[in-house]
Design a protein around this ligand. Structure first.
Ligand code: UDX
Length: 441
């Protein structure tokens, strides 16, 4: 099929590359000139395992190419994905200006039957709004084409996006139009093998499903983080509690990890957006708001532990090694990462920070530039040089088994703060280090 994808960001590029790989011809529309030039040379502007190879291979065989405008990109496409950004406004509401802009341009340039797929995470009612804009633009031009807008939320996780796209648990389609659903079924056929994964529902349900799924996962994490505080207060170990809970099949073991708080491009934004949507609908989403509040607080947790450990909380002129900056492993994404809260709090208290991440150093440089008190280090060992204590914030594999005797010899204040419960407290303590985890009695 001929597919156009508007927006070569994270979701757009993964969608485009995966559809190209199974034989479709995919045109990506990317407005940013720098990004467009890089993509033409198969340089993917963010870290996602396997994606560069996939893009390079499909450019080479001519199934994937990049253009700067919707006018040039729409051509005779049968399906057009809208995968532009919907960043949060200060109120928590999603900023829909890019989606509205894309819809208007589709209406101005469409020249035949087309299924428009709303892929960007956007509030309930967006399908209807996009359809309205396109219809109005066509009416203004005096043309009439069959254009049908379908909601198709993405459930990609950074770090395993290709696997999630090609072997996802489900493919949700929101539309009341059988003809559009038939086109979408055909497009997704290569990824809908072995058992039926396509779920058709009305647009509003599909749109809400995305927010509901992410808020549910975030709720589990915030609940575990709240329990971790309780575990500390009553002398329990959240890691044992997690195992005890997860074995119950009704609960399951995923997303039960207490830690330094959740971050990334989805959970923080989607939980807030759900709460905003509820307010707009005249109700108060108490649970979603609490999930967000617990998370904001949790992101301060490591700093509180550090401040409590040092006499009178005086962190002035102390040096802290921080391992892990990305919001989770296998990505260079630092959006809403708990490492930012920790480092800002330490710098704010007059401490020095020596930070290292296996892939997010460029993101960190972009975020902080030359920041007094902060050194971005070339490896994990350099971050430890002259440090009083170590905090680990992202559970990269390379941080899982450090030599604790060596750490004890190096760290002046002999203390480690484990924001992801990576280490066995006993093993750390027997090396002569003070150990602080999350919720560990
Ligand atoms: C998430 C959803 O999982 C995905 O379906 C959706 O499409 C986009 O948002 P992503 O943001 O890539 O994906 O990361 P995910 O692996 O879900 O982790 C989110 C955050 O929660 C991370 O900061 C992670 O460290 C944290 N987390 C996750 C926990 O603190 N505890 C857990 O048990 C699981």
């Amino acid at each position: 099929m001929r597919v156009t994808v508007i927006g070569a960001g994270y979701v757009g590029l993964v969608t485009a590359a995966c559809f190209a790989e199974v034989g479709n011809t995919v045109t990506c529309v990317e407005r940013d000139a720098g990004r467009l030039q890089a993509l033409d040379k198969a340089q993917v502007p963010f870290y996602e395992p396997g994606l560069s190879d996939l893009v390079a291979r499909n450019i080479e065989v001519g199934r994937m190419h990049f253009v700067p405008s919707i006018a040039q990109g729409l051509g005779t496409a049968q399906v057009c994905f809208i995968a532009v950004g919907t960043p949060p406004l200060p109120s928590g509401q999603a900023d829909m200006s890019q989606v509205r802009g894309a819809a208007a341009e589709i209406g101005q340039h469409v020249s035949g039957p087309l299924v428009v797929v709303q892929k960007s995470t956007a509030p309930v009612g967006t399908v209807e709004m996009v359809q309205g804009i396109i219809d109005a633009e066509m009416a203004r031009r005096g043309v009439q084409h069959w254009v049908s807008v379908v909601s198709n939320p993405e459930f990609l996780k950074e770090g395993s996006a290709i696997e999630d796209f090609t072997r996802g648990d489900r493919i949700v389609l929101g539309s009341n139009d059988d003809k559009a659903i038939a086109v979408m079924r055909e497009l997704y056929r290569p990824f809908n093998r072995n058992h039926e994964k396509i779920m058709v529902m009305k647009p509003a349900s599909s749109e809400l499903t995305k927010y509901a799924a992410n808020t549910m996962l975030a709720t589990r994490i915030s609940f575990m983080n709240e329990l971790a505080r309780l575990a500390e207060a009553v002398g329990a170990d959240i890691e044992q509690v997690r195992l005890g809970m997860g074995e119950d099949h009704r609960i399951g073991s995923h997303f039960l990890y207490a830690g330094a708080g959740y971050g990334g491009s989805c959970f923080p934004k989607d939980v807030k957006a759900l709460a905003f949507m509820a307010r707009e609908a005249g109700m108060h989403a108490e649970l979603a708001e609490a999930v967000d509040a617990v998370n904001q607080r949790q992101k301060q947790r490591l700093f509180e532990k550090i401040a409590a450990h040092f006499a009178a909380g005086d962190l002035k002129d102390r040096t802290f090694a921080v391992w892990g900056l990305a919001f989770k492993p296998n990505t260079d994404d630092m959006r809403d990462a708990p490492s930012i809260d920790l480092i800002e709090a330490l710098l704010g208290a007059g401490a020095r920070v020596q930070a290292f991440d296996p892939v997010a150093m460029d993101s960190a440089r972009k975020l902080w530039g030359e920041r007094p008190g902060l050194t971005l280090c070339k490896d994990a060992a350099s971050a430890l040089q002259g440090a009083d204590a170590l905090a680990v914030v992202t559970e990269w594999h390379t941080f899982r088994s450090p030599d604790f005797d060596q750490l004890a010899a190096q760290l002046k204040a002999k203390a480690v703060f484990d924001g992801r419960n990576l280490w066995d407290p006993q093993a750390v303590r027997s090396a002569g280090l003070a150990y602080y985890g999350i919720g560990r009695g």
